[in-house]
Design a protein around this ligand. Structure first.
Ligand code: FES
Ligand SMILES: [Fe+2]
Length: 430
């Protein structure tokens, strides 16, 4: 055979292979497990099965430390803030007269009513149904002080004689710590270890930026998003979707060295993307970010994801912290805060707000692009839709488009759930 006809034959064989590999799949092929290690793909039941969701609340959200709000949102003694945690459990966070921040289940021990109904305020201000300085349940007037003790039960002796008294009826207090840039963290498990054991060394690479001077919230927004909580968090965990974001394409992907940015997984499911420099002025209408945080270089960007659903993203002049509360398999409450330094001048603060809102604000570029895909994923994956498996198989030497952040998340998820994410009907210790 001439070398020309051998080449033609090889080419024909190649074409045949490509068309076989590249064609659309029938149902049997679509339903097959990906030919990948179990660590590199997911069964979509982890997003859609109500029993798995209930188990996640029980085994993950009720056990781990969760950031709830920021100390600057409770700056004065007796300031309080209400919120939800771990699948809509109502909580109230209060700064005591002693300046200590405590948190409680916002549920009255009498007949189960919500005690504090306002989103935020100060206990020093009286209300039509409340007594200043105390948290008053409007239903029968029981009162609790800022340390959670029950201090008033109307007609206590007349009704309960010696069978029940105030001392037994306080609010349920939750383990609470303030750390990592002044965030208030709570844990629903009374027997949990300290927060430092949970976060480990994950915050070390952002500690100078977060903990040198006090931070202050300048932006808050929340929304109920129609998606599974993990899908929302995964948009922060994988950077391969840089392609989705016009801002990232214009200011990051095109620059030299962008794909060398390191991606590190830490114990307990946390993961961080290292420092990189961004050409912010490549985005129309934006400019260099010279204003930064302590230790942060001009135009820098670094990001930290905390299991199971919090992201600290620091883009030179502004920090965005995203937290979430799962509501159901396909609904999650997201809360986004923007931060500057407490010592900012009004001009500096204006600049930080503008930078923040360009990408992340209610009309920011990136937020809506992410919201669009996570809600569409949830529609595509709903039970019975025929969606079966997702892949998370990119390995690029622990750099930015490596999916190590997704894999480390599901490694921790499997450890806490005792189930395999690639086949949740199987135990992870089998
Ligand atoms: S339910 Fe709160 S006082 Fe009765
Ligand atoms: Fe995104």
């Amino acid at each position: 055979m001439s070398s020309q006809s051998a080449a033609a034959e090889a080419q024909a064989a190649d074409n045949g292979k490509q068309s076989k590999q590249g064609r659309a799949r029938n149902l049997a092929e679509w339903s097959q497990r990906p030919n990948l290690p179990g660590t590199h793909y997911l069964d979509t039941r982890v997003y859609t099965d109500p029993a798995i969701y209930d188990e996640e609340i029980d085994k993950i959200w009720n056990k781990v430390w969760l950031p709830i709000c920021h100390e600057s949102e409770l700056s004065a003694p007796l300031d309080f803030r209400t919120s939800g945690v771990a699948g809509t459990k109502p909580i109230v966070v209060v700064r005591g007269a002693d300046n200590k921040i405590r948190s409680f289940l916002n549920v009255c021990p009498h007949r189960g009513n919500i005690v504090m109904r306002a989103p935020a305020g100060n206990l020093g201000e009286g209300s039509p149904s409340g007594n200043p300085r105390n948290m008053t349940c409007m239903f029968h007037g029981w009162q609790f002080d800022a340390t959670g003790r029950c201090v008033e039960i109307p007609r206590e002796k007349a009704g309960y004689q010696d069978r029940l008294c105030k001392a037994q009826m306080g609010l349920r207090e939750l383990r609470t710590e303030v750390a990592h840039g002044g965030f208030v963290w709570v844990n629903l498990d009374d027997n949990c270890g300290p927060l430092a054991d949970f976060t480990g060394n994950a915050f070390d690479f952002m500690a100078t930026e977060l903990d040198t001077v006090p931070l202050e919230v300048f932006h808050y927004q929340k929304a109920v998003v129609r998606t599974n909580f993990k899908l929302w968090h995964e948009t922060s965990r994988e950077f391969y979707h840089d392609y989705l974001h016009y801002h990232n394409r214009a200011t990051g992907m095109l620059q030299k060295g962008y794909f060398d940015r390191k991606y590190t997984a830490f114990p307990n499911g946390h993961a961080a993307t290292g420092l990189t420099s961004i050409t912010y002025d490549a985005y129309e209408g934006a400019k260099d970010r010279g204003l930064t945080f302590p230790g942060m270089p001009l135009n820098g960007w670094k990001q930290l994801n905390i299991f199971p659903g919090c992201t600290y993203s620091l883009r030179a002049s502004c920090l965005r912290v995203s937290v979430m509360t799962p509501i159901s398999t396909d609904k999650v409450l997201i809360e986004i805060r923007g931060f500057g330094l407490k010592e900012d001048t009004p001009e500096e603060r204006r600049e930080r707000i503008l930078d923040h809102d360009t990408i992340w604000g209610p009309f920011g570029r990136n937020l809506h692009e992410d919201l669009l895909v996570v809600q569409n994923q949830s529609i595509a994956m709903r039970e019975g839709s025929g969606s079966k498996y997702l892949v998370m198989a990119r390995e690029e030497n622990n750099t930015i488009h490596d999916e190590i952040g997704l894999r480390s998340y599901y490694e921790e998820w499997s450890r806490l759930m005792g189930r395999l994410a690639c086949d949740p009907s199987r135990r992870s210790d089998e």
